[in-house]
Design a protein around this ligand. Sequence first.
Ligand code: C2E
Ligand code: CA
Ligand code: CA
Ligand code: CA
Length: 281
Amino acid sequence: SKEQGSNRASFFDTELMETFNRGMQIESELANALNNDEFYLVYQPQLNVVDNIITGFEVLLRWNNKRLDFVSPAEFIPVAEEKGYIVKTGRWLLQETIKTARSWIDLGLEFGTLSINVSPVELFQKDFRERLLETCVKYDVPPEKIKVEITERTVMNSNAKNITIINDLLADGFKIALDDFGMGYSNFNFLFEFEITTLKLDKSLVEHIKDKKRRLFIESILKLRDYKDFDVIAEGVETKEELDTLVGLGCRRIQGYYFSQPLKRSVAEKFLMDFSNKSAD
Ligand code: C2E
Ligand code: CA
Ligand code: CA
Ligand code: CA
């Protein structure tokens, strides 16, 4: 009826308003988040399950704001990018990450590498590379301990001059990971043109691992890995079945809830210590 129709319309309006208001609130709260110390980092372990070693941790940003419920990075990072807050936040994250690396080196923990996610806006800042290097020097952390995760979209939407940043970072000794591979923007060109360190298979591939075409796709990437000499890590691994299938295909490096959620720094430290004690037995 007419009445129902208008009810539906107003319900929809309310929902739309709520989404809009939340967006506005995120935007305004984000402006002071860094100054108010609302950000913290979590660290998700990455394992080589064949050699039974921790190869690294991915550093992920978390936002603790009292007025908003949990806001995921997928929700606030795009706003931070658009409003330009990502640059300062990225600088803070870089500093915190390298400080963590220093303190884990001091503790004698074998953590492999720390991977940071870098937005195109950050990567293409003129002083990004310089700051990364300076911070490593300041805390005496070898660039080899830091991996920069970029997505293919970053590179596809930029010009040739910008792209040299990737080779420059590699020349400095930093590692480069290509994130979200197989998510829909993927083309193989990137792999032919750059000597990347790591390719990250997107969770959507892992989620559909029962699909034969996906498995053949993963196998073809692993063949290229053996030829070109980069690492392949699968992310979003949640089940034993996904793990076994991946290992069966020849993918040894695993990240996902099956082994661990992203952990607060002190918990990640404990994870590292427990792991090395277990390996020593
Ligand atoms: P991403 O770089 O692909 O990060 C992996 C995401 O998958 C993380 O979500 C992680 O918590 C989640 N994840 C890990 N294991 C599993 C699993 O087994 N199953 C499932 N379903 N998910 C898993 P998170 O932390 O919510 O981050 C979402 C996205 O936000 C990231 O995707 C990245 O694009 C962006 N992001 C997070 N932190 C930062 C940051 O510091 N800087 C920038 N520029 N982007 C960030
Ligand atoms: Ca990532
Ligand atoms: Ca990813
Ligand atoms: Ca899954």
